[in-house]
Design a protein around this ligand. Structure first.
Ligand SMILES: *Cc1c(COP(=O)(O)O)cnc(C)c1O
Length: 227
């Protein structure tokens, strides 16, 4: 990707995010994570050079490879993909800033056990399946608050920082909106328990997600597209 393209993509994204967040409040800050899963380390470097600092991957091995290649840059790395139990130790060793995709109590207990053994802690978001789609990971919205509390009580090495959700995969904006509103409602219930991030919104729906209260968006294709 050319630097001029990276600048154009990032500027255009920031302009849209600014407009969307200011509709809520000038104090509503939205953090942008560049999801680089379909992109090369070279493209990440180009976006870094024009100002983007936080990136996310959805496979542990890809995260490892890109972190190593870009070792010299102070990039903030996020993990957003389904975490297989046999990859937990590898992910812990990478020490990501935030894992968005803690998607069951079972996984939390397993992750906590391995964190304990390594004497490490990890910041995570509880993923909620607010679109009620079988193809999506995440806990049932009805159980989310209860599971969040259980993780706080049972998993001292996991630092829960909020929730993540992927918008409904449909054309109908009302349905996508409902899934975001449901996630936001659960997030609000969890704020007294320390929740700070409501991670929702991707390339196709981040403006709607921000309107529904998202403060962390995960944008891939729009940011990395070649014009
Ligand atoms: C790929 C991915 C994104 C980014 O998707 P785009 O539509 O390319 O912006 C966001 N979140 C998760 C969990 C992803 O896997």
């Amino acid at each position: 990707m050319e630097k001029t393209t990276a600048t154009r993509n990032l500027n255009s994204l920031i302009t849209k995010v600014e407009a969307a967040r200011l509709k809520i409040s000038e104090y509503h800050i939205v953090k942008i994570i560049g999801i680089s899963k379909y992109s090369t380390a070279e493209d990440i470097k180009t976006l870094y050079e024009v100002g983007q600092r936080a990136f996310g991957e959805n496979k542990v091995q890809d995260l490892k490879d890109k972190m190593q290649t870009l070792d010299e840059f102070p990039i903030e790395w996020h993990f957003v993909g389904t975490l297989q139990k046999n990859k937990i130790n590898n992910l812990i060793d990478l020490n990501p800033t935030l894992v968005h995709s803690l998607d069951s109590l079972d996984l939390a207990i397993e992750l906590n056990k391995k964190l304990e053994a390594k004497n490490k802690k990890m910041s995570c978001l509880l993923q909620i399946n607010s679109a009620f789609e079988d193809t999506k990971s995440g806990v049932d919205p009805k159980e989310a608050v209860d599971i969040y509390k259980k993780i706080i009580n049972l998993c001292p090495n996991i630092i829960l920082k909020g929730v993540m959700s992927i918008g409904a995969n449909v054309e109908d904006e009302d349905i996508i909106k409902k899934s975001f509103q449901l996630t936001k409602k659960i997030y609000e219930e969890l704020v007294p328990l320390g929740a700070r991030y409501c991670s929702m919104g991707m390339s196709n729906d981040f403006e709607l997600a921000i309107a529904c209260g998202s403060n962390l968006i995960r944008v891939g294709s729009t940011l990395f597209k070649n014009l």
